[in-house]
Structure formats: structure tokens, C-alpha cells
Design a protein around this ligand. Structure first.
Ligand SMILES: *Cc1c(COP(=O)(O)O)cnc(C)c1O
Length: 229
């Protein structure tokens, strides 16, 4: 069995190879290790190999790991759907939220962010594929929502995030990521400032890097297949 540190190195090598292939610097692409449904011990093993940013999509599970591993000073990112009754836990325990798509949730996070912590970094989740079942704001509604979020005192708008419809075709994968990049460029032209395109997972990170991802969210390729959804 390949060890977790070896899998982490393999993912970093994939990111670096894709960056070079598409004329970018490997340092421009940050790796978020998605540790949902993995034990704190698995996170420890990956952290010991130098990976410090981890993503979780369930509030209680993520908070439990963040508290257990607090001495490691890791950087926790919330990437799942967020209900109003869980915003306080997220505001108190995470450094980032990638999955913001509603102003009331953003307002709660801003109001609940403890004064002792820096502003919460947030990405607006955009539904580029237009799938009815997916969360994320429609591209046409993204600018006004991002402007409202950027005005909240205890949030820092970092950029856009997307989870496109899964595809095994490289060009199709690129197409969805290109849509997010072009939307980001339009929003920046309209005066918003941010630095992050959170896009790309285990099966499409190369396409995301080709289209300008600055952060890829990788679970399976580091930790192996998850046993349940
Ligand atoms: C699970 C998850 C990932 C990681 O997916 P893999 O295919 O395991 O790399 C990335 N982003 C989000 C939002 C996720 O929920």
C-alpha cells in the first residue's frame, strides 16, 4: 500500500507538472487536502509530511478534528453546505469557507467571527454547470452577491469556487473551469479584489490548473477512496 506521505508527494508532483505544462509556476497553486471522513490520525500523518491546509464538509466532524489537532496549528477550510444553525461553529473554528452562496449565511458568519481571530476568508460558490440539484449561486447573480459579501466587516472575500458536473473529457473539464475564470475576470473588472480560484479535485486538477486554479481541493488522490458517499 502506498503511504499517505507518498500519495501527498504524488499529488504535489501532479500539480507541479500541470503548472509547468500550462506555463504557470507550481507555487501559484495551493493544495487543500480534503480530509472528510478520514480519521484525525490520517490527518496527522499528512500534516507530518508538511501539508498544513485541510478541508472538511461536515461541521461537527471538522470541528472535532480541528479541536483534537489544535496543537498542530493547521489551517481548516469549510467546503460543504452550511445551515444557519451551524454558522457559529464554523466562524469560530475555520479559517476559510469555500461554499458561500447566500447572503444571510454570510451575514451570520461575519457577525459571529470572534474578534480575536482574523477575518474569515470566504469564496463564493458558483454553479457554472447550471445543475438544478447543485448548490452555488448562478453566474448571473454572482456579482451583486459578491459585492454584498465584500462589504461585511469580518469576512474577507478571497474569490470563487466551483464543483462542475463530473466529466472524464479534459476539454469539457476545462470548459467549466474557464467559465469560472472568466466570471472572476469580469467581477475584477467591475472593481472587486480577490486572489483565489478554488477549483479542481482528484479527477480534474490538471484541467483546473490549466484554467488558472490557485487552490485545488484533493481528497481521494491523497487519502484513497472513501468507503461511503
Ligand atoms: C470531497 C470534496 C472534494 C475532494 O474530492 P476528491 O474527488 O476526493 O478529490 C473537493 N471539493 C469538495 C467541495 C468536496 O466535497
Amino acid at each position: 500500500m502506498t503511504t499517505l506521505p507518498a500519495k501527498l508527494q504524488a499529488v504535489l508532483a501532479r500539480i507541479a507538472a500541470a503548472a509547468r505544462q500550462f506555463g504557470r509556476q507550481p507555487e501559484e497553486v495551493r493544495l487543500l487536502a480534503v480530509s472528510k471522513m478520514r480519521s484525525a490520525d490520517c490527518v496527522r500523518a499528512v500534516a507530518a509530511a508538511g501539508q498544513l491546509s485541510f478541508g472538511e464538509n461536515h461541521v461537527q466532524e471538522g470541528v472535532a478534528k480541528a479541536r483534537e489537532l489544535a496543537p498542530l496549528a493547521l489551517d481548516w477550510h469549510f467546503i460543504g453546505s452550511l445551515q444557519a444553525n451551524k454558522t457559529r461553529l464554523v466562524a469560530e473554528n475555520f479559517a476559510w469557507v469555500h461554499s458561500l452562496d447566500r447572503l444571510p449565511i454570510a451575514e451570520r458568519l461575519s457577525a459571529q467571527r470572534p474578534p480575536s481571530l482574523p477575518p474569515l476568508s470566504v469564496c463564493l460558490q458558483v454553479n457554472v454547470s447550471g445543475e438544478a440539484s447543485k448548490s452555488g449561486v448562478a453566474p448571473a447573480a454572482a456579482l451583486p452577491l459578491a459585492q454584498a459579501i465584500a462589504a461585511l466587516p469580518r469576512l474577507r472575500l478571497r474569490g470563487l469556487m466551483t464543483i462542475p458536473r463530473p466529466s472524464t473529457e479534459f476539454l469539457e473539464q476545462r470548459h467549466a473551469f474557464r467559465e469560472l475564470r472568466e466570471l472572476a475576470e469580469q467581477m475584477q473588472a467591475a472593481g472587486l479584489q480577490f486572489d483565489t480560484l478554488s477549483m479542481g479535485m482528484s479527477d480534474d486538477l490538471e484541467a483546473a490548473v490549466a484554467e488558472g486554479a490557485t487552490l485545488v481541493r484533493i481528497g481521494t488522490a491523497i487519502f484513497g477512496e472513501r468507503t461511503t458517499a
